[in-house]
Write a protein that binds this ligand. Structure first.
Ligand SMILES: C[S@@+](CC[C@H](N)C(=O)[O-])C[C@H]1O[C@@H](n2cnc3c(N)ncnc32)[C@H](O)[C@@H]1O
Length: 398
């Protein structure tokens, strides 16, 4: 009999689960530092609605305990004084193990706010007390399937200041179940009014399985944006979505996506760096394939980036020609590029600021003066730097 995803899930850790946990915990480390430095709140929240028991049966730590290790790794006590940890799992046995495993972690006695651990369905967890006011929160939504995943809940979690979310998006299960009667209610919560578009993608015989899975993420992101963020656009609300694909172990198909959701482009840039580090796909898009663990990602990645970036910048200037007349720093250009990509595809580009810089250095050296530098003063060793404002000239790309 074929093993289901959940059979023996907590026996030993798979490489895919390791990649997921490391992405979450490495980002959390950066997240806390940025939010703490911003200083707008003395209470910072970590909300994990599908926690599991915290450990695999062989003793390996899974995300909840790895997160506690991360909390312990900070030298300064700020994190232990400010962090509120909220864990939840609907499974009674996992909940009991989680309570024990958390209580036995050495950092717990140093926390000002004892962790809150609940045994509820994710949709039943009362989040209202964490949503109001300035309550920065990093949420982790990691179900086995797609039940109890809702764009509305994710929208609420990400909406308040300094709030980001990592979502395990089970693209392949969605592909399999999208048209089934019993799944309609759940799919409605994920895709909202965009559900017919998702069904169209599922039925499109011209699209490959990975292409369909990728499109589902963007239809979900489109629903999230249109329903919960576009109405708040005049208040300065933005939405950025960064997907990381995970392939199936035995075939060239997508298993799921780890989707990072944020309103803040700096957070997106930080997560890109972490995802690039753990990506091993043969293209510039970010992802992990356990069949390709020996691939050295950076070699193949850089080959594609230059031409892809040139195309996207070109397209951006044809849609927003006035942008071409302005000077911006590298970080500002990357934000413009990512905003443009969001408006077209409901996902940001997979490129980091450093990768954009490398391309600009090349274009500047080979491109017949296609890059202009604002006020280059004194003797300049490298023209393109992170702080210097630059402009693309009319002959860019020509
Ligand atoms: C993929 S595992 C979580 C793994 C964990 N996040 C980690 O990284 O170690 C999914 C967990 O969600 C729990 N679960 C499934 N459906 C749920 C629901 N509707 N609400 C809350 N928890 C649920 C399962 O009991 C299981 O422990």
């Amino acid at each position: 009999m074929k093993k289901s995803t959940t059979d023996g899930f907590f026996e030993t850790q798979t490489e895919k689960s390791f990649v997921k946990s490391i992405i979450v915990t490495e980002f959390f480390k950066v997240y806390f530092s940025i939010i703490n430095h911003a200083g707008f709140s003395d209470d910072i929240y970590y909300i994990d609605l599908f926690s599991g028991p915290g450990k695999y049966k062989d003793g390996t730590y899974s995300t909840p305990l790895l997160l506690l290790d991360t909390v312990a790794s900070f030298k300064a006590d700020d994190i232990r004084n400010k962090l509120h940890l909220i864990f939840n799992d609907e499974n009674e046995e996992f909940y009991q193990s989680l309570c024990i495993n958390i209580s036995q972690h050495p950092v717990v006695s140093q926390l000002k706010h004892p962790p809150i651990i609940q045994n509820l369905r994710a949709s039943e967890v009362n989040l209202s007390q964490y949503l109001s006011g300035k309550k920065p929160k990093f949420s982790f939504i990691d179900p086995w399937g797609y039940i109890d995943v809702s764009a509305e809940q994710i929208g609420e979690l990400v909406k308040s200041i300094g709030s980001d979310c990592v979502l395990f998006f089970n693209s392949n299960r969605i592909l399999q179940d999208l048209s089934k009667d019993y799944s309609q209610e759940h799919m409605g919560k994920i895709f909202g009014d965009m559900l017919p578009e998702a069904v169209k993608i599922q039925k499109d015989a011209c699209l490959s399985q990975p292409a369909k899975c990728k499109r589902f993420v963007s239809v979900f992101a489109q629903n999230l944006y249109k329903t919960y963020f576009e109405p708040l656009r005049s208040q300065g609300f933005r939405l950025f979505v960064l997907p990381f694909s995970i392939d199936q172990d035995d075939v060239e198909k997508t298993s799921h996506h780890i989707v990072f959701i944020s309103k803040n482009h700096k957070a997106i840039c930080e997560m890109k760096k972490i995802m690039v580090k753990h990506s091993n796909t043969n293209s510039s898009s970010l992802g992990f394939d356990s069949k390709d663990t020996f691939t050295i990602s950076m070699f193949s990645r850089s080959d594609d980036i230059e031409s892809e970036l040139k195309t996207i910048i070109f397209d951006m200037f044809s849609c927003a020609p006035r942008l071409k007349d302005s000077y911006h720093t590298l970080a500002e250009w990357l934000e413009h590029i990512d905003r443009f990509r969001m408006s077209q595809a409901y996902e940001v580009t997979p490129y980091t600021e450093e990768e954009l810089k490398q391309c600009l250095v090349k274009w500047d050296a080979n491109g017949n003066g296609c890059i202009d530098i604002e006020k280059p003063t004194g003797k300049i060793r490298s023209r393109i730097t992170n702080s210097r404002r630059i402009k693309f000239k009319d002959n860019f790309g020509g």
